[in-house]
Design a protein around this ligand. Structure first.
Ligand SMILES: [Fe+2]
Ligand SMILES: [Fe+2]
Length: 296
């Protein structure tokens, strides 16, 4: 993964963390697609884990060993205060597009094209306009990589920190070397939280979900914010873990998150969306729900 400058990016200081285990940030998405392919048996899951590409395994090792309460709180302070400047949605998407992967540029789609595939699949199925918008913006938080955040702090399945790690978190064994293992309070079922406190009151492992939810919080409805904020919370929405933190609102939002997940996992293809043709539709869509520029 390297950064190539575009017009938008020239004004931005782009920093990339060195020596990252994933050749391409999308390798994680591909891993998820394989892991959660419909109809897969439990046995196939285990085979898949054991033979996962070394890059993905190393990525999860780094994530599980470094994602502590202290790290998460520090990153929340740094990014949830939205001090990275004002950008329109198109500018944010162009900025994310400067994240160029090392795979074949002829067959692979750009980040914007991936976003459009998700939203266009929703549009074809007649989903509500707020959801189509959500489809387009849901991965814009991956720009954290361009601010120098390591891959393990941007993508990966999310989970609450400060309480016992669920056995449903993939590559659970890598938590053995997480320093929070030695904090007794963090190892209990409820940890630093109250029973049924609501997912919104948890400190989720830091990544692109939490960041984009924070950016969009003033403008979008709860269904959309849940899709943004918890789309990588696979232990919850795919495995039913952490129900002891859920309240009625969380449970009523679960169906929407699952509906969203179908598009996130399965809308990838290799047909390039026609940007020029689609732009007017998205200009209207952004204007309907969002101000011209947003704080990032
Ligand atoms: Fe995502
Ligand atoms: Fe996605």
């Amino acid at each position: 993964m390297n950064a190539s400058a575009t017009e938008t990016a020239t004004t931005e200081e782009i920093r990339l963390a060195p020596n990252q285990p994933l050749k391409d940030l999308d390798d994680w998405d591909d891993f998820l697609e394989g892991r959660y392919k419909e109809g897969k048996t439990e046995e196939e899951f285990r085979v898949y884990d054991a033979t996962a590409t070394p890059g993905v395994a190393e990525f999860y090792k780094q994530n599980h060993e470094n994602m502590t309460v202290a790290y998460t709180l520090a990153k929340e302070e740094e990014y949830f205060t939205l001090r990275k400047g004002q950008k329109t949605i198109w500018e944010a998407a162009e900025f994310l597009n400067t994240l160029v992967d090392d795979s074949d540029p002829d067959t692979d789609l750009t980040q914007i094209e991936h976003l459009l595939q998700t939203s266009e699949a929703m549009r074809r199925d007649g989903m509500p306009r707020w959801m189509i918008l959500t489809g387009f913006i849901h991965d814009l938080g991956k720009c954290l990589c361009l601010y120098g955040e390591p891959q393990w702090g941007v993508v990966g399945d999310t989970f609450p920190v400060g309480c016992a790690w669920s056995k449903d978190i993939v590559f659970h064994e890598y938590f053995a070397n997480n320093p929070d293992r030695h904090v007794a309070e963090y190892q209990t079922k409820y940890g630093i939280y109250e029973p049924n406190c609501g997912l919104e009151n948890l400190h989720m492992s830091f990544g692109h979900d939490g960041y984009i939810m924070k950016v969009m919080k003033p403008y979008l409805q709860d269904e959309s914010l849940y899709m943004l904020g918890f789309h990588s919370f696979y232990p919850w929405h795919k495995h039913g873990a952490y129900d002891h933190f859920c309240n009625d609102k969380d449970r009523s939002m679960l169906d929407w998150v699952l509906k969203f997940n179908q598009y996130d996992l399965y809308s990838k293809g290799h047909t390039k969306p026609n940007m020029a043709e689609l732009k007017p539709y998205y200009d209207d869509l952004f204007a309907e729900f969002l101000p011209p520029t947003l704080a990032w």
